[in-house]
Structure formats: structure tokens, C-alpha cells
Write a protein that binds this ligand. Structure first.
Ligand code: ADP
Length: 494
């Protein structure tokens, strides 16, 4: 099979369909080795063939020169033909003696019988004095013919041609080709075992990693791969997989806790509703009690549906589907609207809500969701502030970001709780937070919304002094350019 075909088939076998890397590696290795060996064998063969040809020609030329020396006496005779015929030694040599013109004077019985064209070729070689020609006899057997010229004093020169079959040379070349082919095949078959063995050894760590990863179940996510392969690449893969397992474990733990917290949160209003329904079932207490129960029921239903809405919003944000289509959001306007809403709750407690606009800022995003995030922060500020305190909301630009700062003089958040307050259902002071009507999702939702807008939420707080929430959003444009920038120190509290 020609090498190109073999290469094409091997390539097709490699490219088509999924195969083990070991097979692919072995095949590619064999293919490249076969190409290298074939090239090497071809070079060796052609160099050796040239040497064998040259050696055979040299032997033939030496032979014809020796013959001319041996035949010098008869060739110098006047009747050359008779002298040659009488030379018994000559009958065994495949020799022809010609005039310089090419006319054959004597042809020994051992000289091959040449067809017309070959004869003409020999005659031309005699005329031209061409040293070596290759001709075929009547049966097609190739012969090498060497020509030597003998100058004769006072007579025209004579040409002696000696023929020898090239069969031995061709046989030697065939043997050489056979030896090279066998050698290449032996090396290739040994290499296929070697290549497969090396590939298996090289891929053993991959199989180990695969087996270990398969063994890690959802219930054993804390397991890690403790495999040291001794290869930089595979050790890197193991480290990457371990890091991925860390992330999966963290998120699975979060998901489990979230599911437990959510069911716990849902249980309370459902139990309350069940109790109200049971009481209603006992009946007989008149209209006023029924009205009170219905009001309780409605409040619990509202709480339940708000919780379900919040859970849905978080699920959408987790999936990255919170903002369908971004719009221009006038952050200043949004802050004013939010302040107006919370003032309705703040004023009865003499809590003042002041808005300070350092620059009008427009951002890209969803006004509805950003309004919700602002409202969550502002409601918390009012909720956790003592009566008669004040809340300061500042909107402006900090470096290349739009920023809203919400500063209150409330109870503050203990340092231990600060890293957790953006977690879902986390309450720094559960009893108090439940009393104030919080579900523990307000900050988690605000944080998710802001992160969905490419921003971030930061908090600093000191117990008994107050808290500062900083909402950063990618800055798009200031309505009044150039906008004065806020300095962090001027808005941080606590
Ligand atoms: P909640 O609905 O309980 O208020 P949040 O997610 O909004 O839940 O807040 C989480 C916790 O962070 C609250 O329980 C509260 O302890 C604390 N917190 C949030 N905002 C403030 C604030 N402005 N001042 C003091 N504590 C706060």
C-alpha cells in the first residue's frame, strides 16, 4: 500500500469518532516513526544502489581493460578475425570486437544476442567511445556493455566491447530492499508495543484522576483528589479539579442551607394561617373575631407572597436573568422617590431622611430593580434607627463610579455579623429583626441586584454609632458635567 494511502487511512481512523487518547497517541507515533523510517530507508537504498552500480561498473571496466591487454597480440594481427576466432580463451568471454565505425568484426558465442536497436546502440557507443551503456537482449534481459578502444600503429583502431548481465546487481538491490523493508517493519512493530506501553503509562494518572472523580458523589463532596502524578500539567489539572470541588461544595452547602432556611421561613406564616383557619372552623364567636382573624390571615398571606416573590427574584438573579433590557436610569430621581416612600414610615418616629445630590447620575439597568435595592437599604436604615435620629442619603460620583451612600445613626452591626449580612436569611439579631418584620432577605436581594448591574455593595458599621451602606454602580453619564466627585471620607460613617 503506498505510504500516502496508509497515512490518509491512519489519519481518517484518528480523526473519525471518539477514540482513546492512547490509541491516538500510538497511531500518531507510529505514523511519524513510519514516515521517518521510510525516508531513512529510501536514502540508504539509493546511496547503496549507487555504490553497487558503481562497483559493478568498475569491475566491468577493469575486466575489459584486462581483456584488451590479453588480446593485444591477436588484435594487432593483420587478419584480426581469424586470430580472434582461434583464441579459445575468447569464446568464453561475452565480447564483441568492432571497427571504430561500429561494424562488428567478431562476436563471441557468449555475447548476448541483441535486437536491432540494442545493436545500433552498441555500434554508436563504439563510434563515440562511450564507456558504458545498458542494453537489453532479445529476451529482454538487461546487460551492461563496457567499451575499450585499442589504437593500432598503421591501422585503424579497434573497439572491444564486453557485456555483463545486470541480474546480480538487481538481485543485490532486491535483497537490500527486502532487508530494509523487513527492518522497518520489525522496528515499527516493536515501536507499536513500546508506544502503546509508554502511552498507557503516561495516561495512567489520568485514569486514576477519572476514577477518583467518579467516586466523588454528591454526598462526599468534601473528598478531594490526593493524587501526585509527578507531571506539572496533570498536577495542575488535579489542583484545578480540587478548586472546582471547593466551589461546588460551597455552593451545594449554600443551596442546602438556603432550602432549609426558605422552608423554615415559609413554615411560620403557614402555621399561623393554619391556626387561624382552625379557629375559624371552631366558629361561633361572632363577626368581630372573624374580622380580626381574616386580617391576620391576610397579613400572613401577604408575607408569604412577598417571600415567594423575593425567592423568585433571587432565583432569576442567580440565573443571570434579572435584567431583560437595560434602560437609562436616573439614579437621582430614584433616590428622591425612595426617600419619599420611607419618609412615610420614618416621620411618625421623627426620623429625618435627607437627600444630598452632589451630581445627577444616570446609569444603565433596571429602574424597578435598582429602586427595590435602594428601598431595601433605606427601609433597613429606618428600621434599625432610634426615634429622632437622622438618615443621610448622598448621590454622586466617586472616581469612575456612580455611588449612593446611605448613612444612619442606628444600632450598628456587630463586627462578627458584618461578613454575613449579605447572606440569605441572615439576621444579625434574629429576635429583633423578626420583630421589625424583616425576613433576612433584604440585603441579599439588594446585593444581588447591584451585582447584576455590574456594581457592588459595601458596608461599614459601628455598634451604637450607625451604619454606612455604599452602593457602587458603573458610571455612565452625569447630567451636569463636570460632576463634582464625592470623597470617601466625607460619606463614611462609623
Ligand atoms: P432583615 O429583613 O432582617 O432586615 P436584611 O437582609 O435586610 O434582613 O438585613 C440583614 C441583617 O442585617 C438584619 O437582620 C440586621 O441585623 C442587619 N442590618 C441591615 N441593615 C442594617 C442597618 N442599617 N443597621 C443595623 N443593622 C442592619
Amino acid at each position: 500500500m503506498p505510504f500516502a494511502t496508509l497515512a490518509k487511512r491512519t489519519r481518517n481512523a484518528i480523526v473519525r469518532g471518539p477514540q482513546s487518547i492512547r490509541t491516538k497517541l500510538t497511531l500518531w507515533y507510529l505514523l511519524s516513526l513510519a514516515a521517518a523510517l521510510a525516508l531513512f530507508a529510501a536514502l540508504v537504498f539509493s546511496a547503496r544502489a549507487q555504490t553497487i552500480d558503481d562497483e559493478a561498473d568498475a569491475v566491468l571496466q577493469a575486466h575489459v581493460q584486462r581483456l584488451v591487454r590479453d588480446l593485444r597480440a591477436p588484435l594487432l594481427e593483420l587478419d584480426v578475425v581469424d586470430a580472434l576466432v582461434e583464441d579459445s580463451h575468447l569464446s568464453r568471454e561475452p565480447v564483441t570486437v568492432r571497427e571504430r565505425s561500429g561494424t562488428a568484426l567478431f562476436r563471441s558465442p557468449a555475447f548476448p544476442v541483441l535486437p536491432g536497436p540494442a545493436e545500433t546502440q552498441c555500434a554508436s557507443a563504439a563510434r563515440a567511445g562511450t564507456d558504458l551503456v545498458t542494453v537489453r537482449d532479445r529476451t529482454g534481459v538487461p546487460y551492461r556493455v563496457s567499451t575499450a578502444v585499442l589504437d593500432r600503429a598503421g591501422a585503424s583502431p579497434l573497439v572491444v566491447q564486453l557485456a555483463t548481465s545486470t541480474a546480480p546487481v538487481r538481485l543485490a538491490l532486491r535483497e537490500l530492499a527486502l532487508a530494509l523493508t523487513i527492518g522497518v517493519l520489525v522496528v515499527l512493530s516493536a515501536a507499536s508495543y513500546g508506544g502503546s506501553f509508554i502511552a498507557r503509562r503516561a495516561l495512567k494518572p489520568v485514569e486514576d484522576i477519572d476514577a477518583r472523580v467518579r467516586a466523588i458523589q454528591a454526598s462526599s463532596l468534601s473528598d478531594r483528589l490526593d493524587i501526585h502524578t509527578g507531571s506539572v500539567e496533570l498536577d495542575g489539572l488535579v489542583a484545578t479539579l480540587n478548586a472546582m470541588l471547593d466551589r461546588i461544595e460551597t455552593s451545594m452547602r449554600g443551596a442546602r442551607r438556603f432550602a432549609a432556611d426558605a422552608s423554615h421561613e415559609l413554615q411560620t406564616p403557614i402555621a399561623a394561617m393554619r391556626m387561624v383557619v382552625d379557629l375559624c372552623g371552631q366558629g361561633g364567636d361572632g363577626g368581630a373575631r372573624a374580622c380580626a382573624m381574616a386580617a391576620d390571615l391576610a397579613a400572613d398571606v401577604d408575607r408569604l407572597s412577598a417571600l415567594v416573590r423575593d425567592l423568585r427574584l433571587l432565583a432569576l438573579a442567580d440565573g443571570g436573568h434579572l435584567i431583560d433590557q437595560a434602560e437609562d436610569v436616573d439614579l437621582t430621581l430614584l433616590v428622591h422617590e425612595c426617600a419619599d416612600i420611607v419618609r412615610a414610615v420614618a416621620e411618625p418616629r421623627r426620623v429625618t431622611v435627607a437627600v444630598d445630590v452632589l451630581s445627577d447620575v444616570v446609569v444603565d439597568g433596571s429602574a424597578r430593580h435598582l429602586g427595590r435595592a435602594l428601598l431595601n437599604l433605606a427601609q433597613n436604615a429606618v428600621r434599625y434607627s432610634p426615634d429622632g435620629s437622622s438618615i443621610q442619603i448622598t448621590v454622586g460620583r466617586l472616581d469612575q463610579e456612580a455611588v449612593v451612600a446611605m448613612v444612619d445613626e442606628g444600632c450598628g452591626i456587630p463586627a462578627d455579623d458584618l461578613p454575613h449580612i449579605f447572606e440569605r436569611f441572615y439576621r444579625a439579631d434574629p429576635a429583633r429583626a423578626r420583630d421589625t418584620g424583616g425576613s433576612g432577605l433584604g440585603l441579599a436581594i439588594a446585593d444581588q441586584i447591584i451585582r447584576s448591574h455590574g456594581g457592588r455593595l459595601e458596608v461599614t458599621s459601628a455598634v451604637g454609632v450607625g451604619s454606612t451602606f455604599l452602593m457602587f454602580l458603573p458610571y455612565r453619564t452625569a447630567v451636569d458635567c463636570p460632576a463634582p466627585a464625592i470623597h470617601r471620607d466625607s460619606i463614611n460613617a462609623g
